[in-house]
Design a protein around this ligand. Structure first.
Ligand code: C2E
Ligand code: CA
Ligand code: CA
Length: 697
């Protein structure tokens, strides 16, 4: 057994070199002896080792009864002693780590091994070495300290997602204890599969379209069960991956708040014009996909301006909020209420299969203001007027649609308080400049810019669609031009025959198509102008030609001639109507009431239908008009003519006409004139509606 202070013999060259190696090793080389009586001592500790432990060369090595050196930190002694007895028991190398508290007060970290050998006398001798790992340990400590103070949530993990280190802030953000996080896997952190999938993709291919970086957002349950929105920035560093977390909940909430404020009216809480602009493309798309209509309502109170002046602005504002509530109560989930400016509200009624479906909601909005409003203790009787247009029928641009509805609103306001009007193209259509009208009209006819729309005629008793009227439309680059703006010109420039044949031809071929499809076997009515009517042979030839071309059975065509053109030359009229009837083509007398008919002349016409002019229908509230309509219906019935009322715009008209015994109605209440494609949808849906509800109206 070498003694610590003994010098190696000069002659033993080999032993000397081993001894100097052991002595000079920058570590603590030692021998530990456990004698048979159980006492543990350190017979040898290398010179370098002694100085590392802060012991002087000749100092005795003191140990306690478990064999722990005195210099070992009291907190590490138990583990140290346990490892020694384990090594003895298991007969294998001990792994020893401890802190040594040096006489100078300095603390050092040691780590090492010792191999036991068992002597015959029952003693155990360990040869071992402890290395000073204080520098590394300090680095570790510093690292932990630094990590602890990083405010940002950071996790480092490997390609398999195994978490290597994390900051306490990360554990906090992810609402997960740090120990669990450190031994866990990133994939198990996120409840939603989308986030885990994004992570997986990034680990598989971190350079896919990025420079090894990716940022995404996920939502997690936070501490108080509130949702926390986290922004995760991923980056690759060597073989590791770093995820940086940021709680952006507050930022998002602020953004959402700002967005809400930008898109909502502060006074009433309903959507504003910006909201409409932002969302209308989506709403329009939906309507197109589902082939439904949107009714655009422009609503304004009749007298809020005065209320503001009398009761003050604050009361006026509260009143507006109350109005918004009343309107909202008349709407369903898919409808949208907006305040676009001052006292104006706009409502979009979405998902309408028929224009008719808007009617009941519009009426309920008007009636919502029947009851006095009590605001800030004051009573207000406010009525509203409503202007209506339809999309895509009247256009697809929301600004244009609103101005159409506004025009109709102005019309309603000029007529009566608490009334509504439907937009007609005529309200705003710019008349095409007369100078070039001839040229433009000619080109339009050549370019197929003129074609028919169709308006259904509905039997009051059965609710069935029993006819369609073809109404000419000119789709010019200036917009849709109404017939009133070009039919007289077509007559004047000698273009009416061409125009008439185009409309007749298209009306008949569409009706033939629907007839062949089994969608309808109802007549289509085509308007005949006075000028055509006076050229008998040309008119009859044209009708013949078209029926021949299109294959439409003659009884599915009806011609409308106006009262005034029939009365211009009654004899001639009688003959033409008779010839047509002989060929199975029926005639209707249009715009009845605007000309001067003599009863005896009227009786001589072999007509089937009489159409009461819409000017009478529009003013049914006027008692004189009501009596004229009543008398007209009675007279027509006496002559065995069925009576159709044109321009029926609302339920009131409809109910009065029904009570007066009118047979057929045609008007916006039921449907606007529609393009052929939409007419086809209407016809098929109307059948289905009749079949399921047993009624159309
Ligand atoms: P009309 O024959 O009296 O046609 C009915 C007019 O009333 C149509 O106007 C129709 O859109 C409109 N109308 C239908 N329901 C309502 C309603 O509820 N309220 C209101 N305010 N109006 C309603 P449109 O299409 O502008 O046609 C105007 C006139 O032009 C027609 O009056 C007809 O005389 C003439 N017209 C139209 N197409 C042709 C055609 O192909 N040939 C000839 N010669 N004249 C035509
Ligand atoms: Ca007509
Ligand atoms: Ca008419």
């Amino acid at each position: 057994m070498p003694k610590t202070n003994q010098k190696a013999p000069k002659t033993a060259q080999k032993a000397f070199s081993y001894a100097s190696l052991v002595q000079d090793l920058p570590a603590v080389a030692f021998q530990r002896l456990k004698s048979p009586n159980g006492k543990i001592s350190y017979p040898f500790v290398s010179e370098k080792g002694r100085s590392l432990l802060g012991l002087s060369p000749n100092e005795n090595i003191l140990t306690d009864i478990d064999g722990c050196l005195d210099v070992i930190h009291w907190g590490d002694k138990d583990a140290f002693a346990e490892e020694i007895s384990r090594s003895e028991k298991d007969k294998n190398v001990s792994r020893e780590k401890f802190r040594a508290v040096l006489p100078s007060g300095e603390t050092k970290w040691f780590y090492g091994y010792a191999k036991p050998s068992f002597k015959k006398d029952g003693s155990v001798l360990w040869n071992g070495i402890w290395v000073d790992v204080s520098a590394d340990k300090r680095k570790d400590q510093l690292q932990t300290l630094v990590l602890k103070h990083i405010k940002e949530g950071i996790i480092a993990f490997d390609r398999q997602g195994a978490i290597l280190i994390c900051t306490p802030a990360a554990a906090d953000l992810l609402n997960c204890p740090p120990e669990k996080l450190e031994n866990g896997n990133v994939f198990s952190l996120f409840p939603d599969t989308g986030t885990a999938e994004t992570l997986k993709q990034f680990l598989l291919n971190p350079y896919n379209g990025t420079d090894g970086k990716a940022v995404f957002v996920t939502t997690m349950h936070g501490k108080d069960c509130n949702d926390v929105i986290l922004e995760i920035s991923l980056s690759k560093a060597d073989d590791f991956f770093i995820a940086q977390f940021r709680d952006i909940t507050e930022r998002r909430q602020k953004e959402m708040q700002l967005q809400y404020l930008a898109f909502h009216d502060a006074e009433t809480g309903v959507g504003n014009y910006a909201y409409l602009k932002e969302n209308f493309p989506r709403i329009l798309e939906q309507a197109k996909t589902s082939k439904t209509q949107i009714a655009v309502l422009s609503i304004a109170p009749d007298s809020l301006g005065q209320i503001n002046a009398v009761a003050g602005h604050a009361v006026g504002t509260h009143l507006l909020s109350e109005m918004a509530k009343r309107i909202q109560n008349c709407l369903t989930n898919q409808d949208i209420l907006l305040r676009t400016s001052g006292h104006h509200f706009v409502v979009l009624l979405c998902g309408l299969e028929f224009n008719l479906e808007a009617e009941s909601k519009i009426e309920s909005i008007l009636h919502a203001f029947d009851k006095t409003m009590v605001v800030d203790g004051l009573d207000f009787d406010v009525s509203v007027c409503i202007g209506v247009c339809f999309c895509p029928q009247d256009g697809e641009d929301i600004d244009n649609l609103i101005s159409h509805a506004d025009l109709a609103l102005e019309k309603a306001r000029s007529e009566a308080k608490g009334s509504m009007r439907i937009y007609t193209g005529e309200l705003s259509m710019p008349a095409v400049a007369n100078m070039s009208m001839h040229k433009k009209l000619k080109q339009a006819l050549e370019n197929n810019e003129i074609f028919p729309y169709f308006q259904p005629q509905v039997d009051i008793a059965t609710g069935r669609i029993i006819g369609l009227e073809a109404l000419a439309r000119w789709k010019s680059c200036d917009g849709m031009i109404p017939p009133a703006d070009f039919i007289p010109e077509a007559e004047e420039y000698g273009l009416i025959d061409t125009l008439a044949e185009i409309i007749l031809n298209q009306a008949c071929s569409w009706n033939q198509k629907w007839y062949a499809m089994g969608l309808s076997s109802i007549p289509v009515a085509v308007n005949i102008s006075g000028r055509q009517f006076h050229n008998e042979s040309q008119l009859l030839k044209m009708v013949d030609r078209v029926l021949e071309n299109t294959g439409l059975p003659p009884y599915l065509l009806e011609l409308e001639l106006t009262e005034s053109s029939a009365m211009y030359d009654p004899k001639n009229a009688r003959r033409i109507i008779q010839t047509l009837l002989d060929n199975n083509i029926r005639c209707a007398l249009d715009d009845f009431g605007t000309g001067y008919s003599s009863l005896s002349v009227l009786r001589s016409f072999p007509l089937k239908k009489l159409k009461i002019d819409r000017s009478f229908v529009l003013q049914l509230s006027d008692l004189k008009n009501l009596e004229i309509v009543r008398a007209t219906i009675a007279m027509a019935h006496a002559l065995k003519l069925s009576v159709l009322a044109e321009g029926v715009e609302n339920k009131q008209h409809f109910e009065i006409l029904r009570d007066l015994g009118c047979d057929i109605i045609q008007g916006y209440l039921f449907s606007r004139p529609l393009p052929a494609e939409e007419t086809e949808i209407l016809l098929s849906r109307w059948d289905a509606r009749m079949a399921s509800t047993g009624r159309g109206l």
